[in-house]
Design a protein around this ligand. Sequence first.
Ligand code: SAH
Length: 499
Amino acid sequence: MNVYDSQVAEGLLKKAGYEIQREHEDDGSVPEAASQKPQGSGAEDNGQRPDVILMNTCSVREHAEDRVYSRLGMLGKIKRTNPDLIVGLMGCMVEEHKEKLFKRFPQLDLMVGTRNIKELAGLIDEVRHTRRQVSRIKQDGLSIEYTELINRTSAFHAWLPIMTGCNKVCTFCVVPTTRGSEVSMPAREVYREASRLVSEGVKCITLLGQNVNSYGSEEMSKSPRTAPDAPVSGVRENIDVVAGPATGVSSWAPPPGVDPPIRTNSRVTRQDVNFPELLDMLCQIEGLERISFTTSHPHDATEALYRVIAKNLKISRRFHLPLQSGSDRILKRMKRLHTYQEYKEKIDLMRKLIPDVAITTDIIAGFSGETEEDFEATRRALEEIRYDSAFIYKYSVRPGTPAVKLEDDVPLAVKEERHQKLLQLQKKIMDRNNREWLGKTAAVFVEQASDRNPLHLIGRTSQDRKVVFEGGQHQVGTFARVTLTGLRHETFIGTLCES
Ligand code: SAH
């Protein structure tokens, strides 16, 4: 989501006359955008001395926040010699700490909430003219900005947020505090934006949300789905949708055979589409070749969703389903709403209905109260499920989360040891899984030619496995059938099949 928000911010600033320099931190948790002087006002500075430095921040783990603090410290020093530099923060840290950060960091000039990105250029001007600390943090409504000004980095792939916020209450997680309750973009808007992207040449779309698979459910709980025309009050009326004029898409109409997803009356728009239905709708868009989504909560991973994926080959065969822990005791302390067995049954059903699915997960090592026995349960879970990939994190307490009340009683050295053990185990599992793919042929979407060797094409299978193979430039942006012949780390080497 941060990458998407950064691309929106970049696009809007470009429109306002800024030159953009992008800088991403390695794990993507603190994407950073630095914008420069309006064009024509000091080209000799190009790439040297930005006028504005903006950090788009993440609060999910302490480590990500710490890096922003240390960067702010460095920027404070730079400002002593360059007092005109404007330093700004966007993203979840703004939502979490708000104006408190101005006191702690006098060098910070600007804070822009996730729902205020469209005001960015005006707010920078306000800082420039007043030299005061300026903030704009709107805390309700939808934090998605669909705009054709977005500064996409790929010709063929686009991120597409469909909902924000989370109604779950996982005790470790700061997302409900920073992103608020779930709000879904109306299906009609999602469909229109996806169509617009396709009209620009996009072929692969990743749907984004803090909990994509509960898309639309905030409406359904507020108003029964059996009364589609009743006036509805609540979130939908407050939605603040920013959509640029959709060039290339004259007026929205549902594809043949699909009912209009939104029913309107004179006062409000209401939503009557859940996540599997939304996926089904998007699959009807001609020219859209691959649809992925992230991230999902196990509670909302349903058979209906698996069935929609199974029948639509356009939907990616990679499913990210965070487990967090293999121990029921810890899952309960985390308020994950399921036992390990229940989760495992969901995985078994998914694999039965979508046999070629690759499943990935998130794991937290060293959550409050985690004993050696709980840790062993997580190890066993990794071995039993054999994920295709896993993000494994050391637990860090996040202010404002329910787990603040639980003791952070696993010593750091133990967290680190468990973290390492899980990483090593998962690496072995992944190597084993990957080797099973050798000799198989897969449909690979060719994303680009390699920078180093233009004869080498880089693409991804439907399971999101990266493949490098020899081919021709004309194949970029198309599908190729490729036999997987070798492995270099986690990248497959392939040979193009004769057609
Ligand atoms: N919506 C997702 C969570 C997104 S946050 C879900 O339902 O699971 C991405 C990942 O960061 C989480 O899955 C979790 O593994 C990790 N994470 C979240 N809070 C954390 C914390 N306080 N300490 C360590 N890891 C954390």
